[in-house]
Design a protein around this ligand. Sequence first.
Ligand code: GDP
Length: 322
Amino acid sequence: MKKALITGLTGQDGSYLAELLVAKGYQVYGLVRRTSTSNLERISHLAGNVEIVSGDLLDQSSLMDVISDTQPDEIYNLASQSYVPLSWTQPALTAEYTALGVSRLLESIRRCQPDARFYQASSSEVFGQPDESPQTERTAFRPRNPYGVAKAYAHWMSVNYRQHYNLYTCCGITYTHESPRRGTEFVFRKITNTAAKIKLGLAKELKLGNLEARRDWCFAKDAVTAMWLMLQQDTPDDYIIASGETHSVKELVECAFSSIGLNWQDYVSVDPEFYRPDEPVQLVGSIDKMKTQLGWEPEYSFAQLVESMVDYDLKKLTDSSM
Ligand code: GDP
């Protein structure tokens, strides 16, 4: 039985990855920080299939203990301080988790379990203001916020440990990925959730910012399949994980409302409160390398993702057991 250790188990990606690995017959361990309140909501359905181990990316010895005790074949680092606005107000803490946390993890692997395969969650935020579109694995990193800077450090440390110590490390540069487990502060879930509420008479309107903003959105479930696939190869490498296409917020709204038989123009208004002062250039990832080398591409189309999330939100709002 293969063993996998996931950091960031309680997040969106961690919970989907744990599901995938459990279904594949892995023994899954999840590194969780001790907190006084439980945040295991996203993985409650996996209770009994995932073993929680206590540790913290800020604490080297806790990582070494966990890795020595569990001896994982695969380690997925999905943990980070990932909220970009907070990375401006707490830049040093962001670097501690998102950058130095990866150094500690890599050192722990090198010392305790050098044969383990390591997945590092890189982010399209490393590109910041890219000089080409779509971005590829060779596009220069020009991060524009402390989160992106920390992710760029983590990416290059993972590459360096591969080159210098011959560790099996892979970086997946993920673009925005969504799911019903995403928070409603993000525009995708905000739209699907509010559209569902309007349909049920629980809300009257939807206020949004820039309707022309475009994103490369894919389903979190597709993204975690790509992460797993990367660690199954003979040779470790870095890949972009994205949908390869962009859609505007307006297209998202149209698709969500029309899927439940409503005309979006009757409900949506633009509110300056949700406008971003400093909108990044449009990021879109090329998935050519993923397609040709690993045979991966997203299973869910944009429309399928929107419709399935509206559907989920309708069910969640009407079924108290969900
Ligand atoms: P992120 O910026 O990629 O982390 O994800 P968001 O989902 O928060 O935002 C995606 C895009 O939607 C951005 O370009 C926003 O400017 C745009 N957007 C338009 N209206 C809204 C809104 O009401 N809320 C949010 N969060 N974003 C909005």
